[in-house]
Write a protein that binds this ligand. Structure first.
Ligand code: NAD
Ligand code: UDP
Length: 322
């Protein structure tokens, strides 16, 4: 049994990770400030004898004795990370400093949830880990992109300078139950719009692409990375190489929900990447042949079912941005 700290544990990905690690027999501490997460995501775990929940902000130091730290705290959707861009940078950078300081002191392994956004609007396709990226340092997305890039730098520096036991994964667009229903991300937006028979908001011409990964596939890659050989620090891409245009995604969701929604074309936000697809050769090699197993259609069905339940039970309002 490991004792594990998950920052951002009440968020979309963090809450699934809490559940999985508890089911595997670990003791889990979920730390969150509930900026975009919700107690609702972990309420079913509260009776578990080896689960603890802590209200805390990672920009402040925190001390606990654990074996492993998963550092997930950071708003991930453009509307949430752009709401208070200075706080977003602080969360990534000060959060990394505080958690790395903790890992150094207690000799814990620490995994950073980095992002495909470190590649920006990529000129190389698909993106391998060796690509340095094409990021605007002063655009609308830079508080997130540059914050995450700086966090990667800090992870490597703490490893090289202080021998901290680090792991870095670069997560590509991930979706599934527990996503915030109003976070503005494409999968949650399109599903909510189709379930309400509202227009589907396509930004730009809808020909930009993304590669969508179901959350269970991410958890498998993430936990394999945490427990991989000591010398393998990453960064390693964890994503589904299946690539779709945003218009194709909209059509698939209309089809699966049987909705009457129509497509509505709106202006493309600044610096919106035109294409994104992970090269997962390194993950396959280092993580025991890891590769995503869940096809888009299957993952979307599970996610639609979740949002449908939220709507039917009038629970959408319980996910607030604080
Ligand atoms: P999310 O917004 O659902 O989860 C983030 C969690 O962090 C929330 O519970 C939020 O309340 C918490 N948080 C935010 N700021 C905090 C702070 N200062 N102190 C403590 N807690 C704080 O998003 P998610 O999709 O679950 O993302 C989790 C992590 O994975 C993030 O670091 C994100 O950057 C990364 N990631 C996600 C994706 C994706 O497609 N979902 C892709 C790439 C990277
Ligand atoms: N998008 C869209 N309509 C929406 C929300 C998003 O067309 O209602 C587009 C967005 O412009 C981007 C893609 O979908 O090209 C993915 O957006 P998301 O915010 O989910 O993730 P990211 O851009 O960070 O990959």
């Amino acid at each position: 049994m490991n004792k594990i700290l998950i920052t951002g544990g009440a968020g979309f990905i963090g809450s699934h990770l809490c559940e999985r690690l508890l089911n595997e027999g670990n003791e889990v501490i979920c730390l969150d400030n509930y900026f975009t997460g919700s107690k609702r995501n972990v309420v079913h775990l509260l009776d578990h004898p080896f689960f603890e929940i802590v209200r805390h902000d990672v920009t402040m130091p925190y001390f606990v004795e654990v074996d492993q730290i998963y550092n997930l705290a950071c708003p991930a959707s453009p509307i949430h990370y752009q709401y208070n861009p200075i706080k977003t940078v602080k969360t990534s950078v000060l959060g990394a400093v505080n958690m790395l300081g903790l890992a150094k002191r207690i000799r814990a392994r620490i995994l950073q949830a980095s992002t495909s956004e470190v590649y920006g609007d990529p000129e190389i396709h698909p993106q391998p880990e060796s690509y340095w990226g094409h990021v605007n340092p002063i655009g609308q997305r830079s508080c997130y992109d540059e914050g995450k890039r700086c966090a990667e730098t800090l992870f490597l520096n703490y490893h090289q300078q202080n021998d901290v036991r680090i792991k870095i994964i670069r997560i590509f667009n991930t979706y599934g139950p527990h996503m915030h229903p109003q976070d503005g991300r494409v999968v949650s937006n399109f599903i909510m719009q189709t379930l309400r028979n509202e227009n589907i908001t396509i930004y730009g011409d809808g020909n930009q692409t993304r590669s969508f990964q179901y959350v269970d596939d991410l958890l498998e890659g993430m936990t394999r990375m945490m427990n991989s050989r000591e010398e393998f620090t990453g960064p390693v891409n964890i994503g589904n190489p299946g690539e779709f245009t945003i218009k194709e995604l909209a059509e698939k969701i209309i089809d699966l929900t049987g909705s009457k929604s129509k497509l509505e074309f709106l202006p493309l936000p600044q610096d919106d990447p035109t294409q994104r697809k992970p090269d997962i050769t390194l993950a396959k090699k280092e993580l025991d042949n890891w590769e995503p197993k869940i096809q888009l259609q299957e993952g979307l069905k599970k996610t639609i079912h979740y949002f449908d339940d939220l709507l039917k039970n009038n629970l959408v309002g319980s996910y607030g941005r604080k």
